[in-house]
Ligand binder design. Structure first.
Ligand code: PMP
Length: 440
């Protein structure tokens, strides 16, 4: 029997509500939220033949697993399959607490604790939300992490950008900003900084700069948000500077101003989605209260796989693995440096990173002139979107690293995943398309 066609079978086109309809439904917070510029470009990575230096994806060869026969015995199986504490699986929480005591020379009885979260990205998001009301001021580095700019952009707070140079955030510039602060505006609550291999600029803050920033934190009463996923990937020639978390007591004679973000992504496995936050309990309590009402906790299964390996290794074994990972990225840094010198000398400027996995390049793109006849840097966003992607090379436009989204000729190149040959080819492609652009 043939009946009446069901609505979905009729040839009549389905009428969808227009996109504009949802303007009236979405909250102001949702409307203010922009996609992460890195993830938004990810789909271009799958273009046939694309050589991508876009993301800070760790190289799979650095993951300390050759196969994964989970073999989780009774002792751990229950925990791996069950809900767990928002602060993290207790043994893992204890392990990272011990690690913090050793690498930052801080005693766990000094008024801080640790909370495990689903990646440091999630912990950053919640920390910004826990600290900033609309209209509050936060100081960010120029340039800053492109994964943080959309979070800050959605919070309707007041940003002040202080530039970095080869020694990290320019503390003297910050001091001038603070000295001349307009008293009618809320004073800065926090400085957000990436002290090792700052993503994207590749610089590591010197010991002196760290001491100066801590001094300013006390004098002008702000917190330091130390976002440090590259702490364990420092390959510079100078001795490794101590973290803000380890220095605060020594420099300030008091503790509690530093909130530290660590990650297992770059030194274990990014797909575990495991990071940890170290700092004063009153702030961590609020961040955990936020997690309890959304993601609840970091994956139990990831935490169990991680703690099984970490217990087998011990702290020393973990630090040895981190050293191997560091040597791996130093070699990759050298490969990209050779390719940049060969293909881009005279077409771009850069400094050589001493940590992490990025070069920050200023391309010699033709500048533009605004209505006041002011020369503005070239526009790498348009160049990447309209020229480079079509020629099979993908890098991150520098505008994504500024909270004001300013036009800039900078780009960030990740040297983490491409092979030596692919790196040479990718930089060659970038040079070719850049020469064409300059010649136009
Ligand atoms: N902060 C910075 C500076 C980063 O580079 C990254 C990762 N690219 C994160 C935070 C987030 O790391 P996770 O994988 O732990 O969420």
């Amino acid at each position: 029997m043939t009946g009446q066609p069901r609505p979905s079978e009729s040839s009549q086109e389905v009428r969808s509500l227009p996109a504009a309809y949802y303007d009236g439904k979405l909250s102001s917070a949702a409307k203010a939220r922009q996609p992460s510029p890195i993830w938004a470009l990810f789909s271009s990575e799958t273009n046939p033949g694309m050589l991508s230096m876009l993301a800070g994806k760790p190289h799979p060869d650095t993951f300390p697993f050759e196969y994964m026969n989970l073999g989780i015995d009774e002792e751990y199986l229950h925990a791996a399959l069950q809900y767990g504490l928002t602060s993290g699986y207790p043994e893992l929480n204890d392990w990272v607490t011990k690690l913090a005591e050793i690498v930052h020379s801080r005693n766990a009885s000094e008024g801080w604790r640790v909370s495990i979260g689903p990646g440091s990205q999630d912990l950053l998001y919640k920390a910004f939300n826990a600290l900033l009301n609309p209209g509050d001021t936060i100081i960010v580095e120029g340039p800053t992490y492109a994964g943080a700019t959309p979070i800050l952009g959605a919070l309707s707070c007041n940003f002040v950008t202080v530039n970095v140079d080869e020694d990290g955030i320019r503390s003297s510039d910050l001091e001038k900003v603070l000295e001349n602060w307009d008293p009618s505006k809320p004073k800065p609550k926090a400085v957000y900084t990436i002290p090792f291999g700052s993503n994207p600029a590749g610089v590591t803050a010197s010991y002196e700069r760290r001491v100066e920033l801590l001094g300013l934190a006390k004098k002008y009463d702000f917190l330091i948000l130390e976002d440090d996923p590259y702490y364990f990937i420092y390959y510079g020639d100078k001795p490794k500077p101590p973290s803000y978390f380890s220095l605060e007591n020594e420099v300030l004679g008091e503790v509690g101003r530093v909130l530290r973000f660590d990650s297992f992504s770059k030194v274990m496995a990014a797909g575990f989605r495991l990071g940890w936050l170290t700092g004063p309990a009153p702030i961590l309590d609020k961040i955990e209260a936020h997690s309890m009402t959304n993601v609840v906790q970091a994956s139990s299964l990831s935490q169990i796989v991680a703690i099984k390996l970490l217990k087998e290794w011990g702290i020393d074994g973990f630090l040895t693995h981190a050293q191997h990972t560091t040597a791996f990225y130093k070699r990759r840094r050298d490969v990209m440096q050779t390719c940049l010198t060969k293909h881009l000398r005279g077409l771009a400027e850069w400094t050589v990173p001493e940590a992490a996995m990025f070069f920050w390049l200023k391309l010699k793109l033709p500048g533009t002139v605004d209505l006041q006849n002011v020369e503005i840097d070239g526009d790498s966003t348009t160049f990447i979107r309209d020229k480079a992607i079509g020629r099979g090379v993908l890098v991150l436009p520098g505008a994504t690293s500024y909270v004001d989204g300013r036009q800039t000729a900078y780009v960030r190149l990740s040297f983490s995943v491409l092979s030596d040959e692919a790196t040479e080819e990718a930089i060659g492609r970038l040079a070719t398309v850049l020469k064409e652009e300059i010649a136009q």
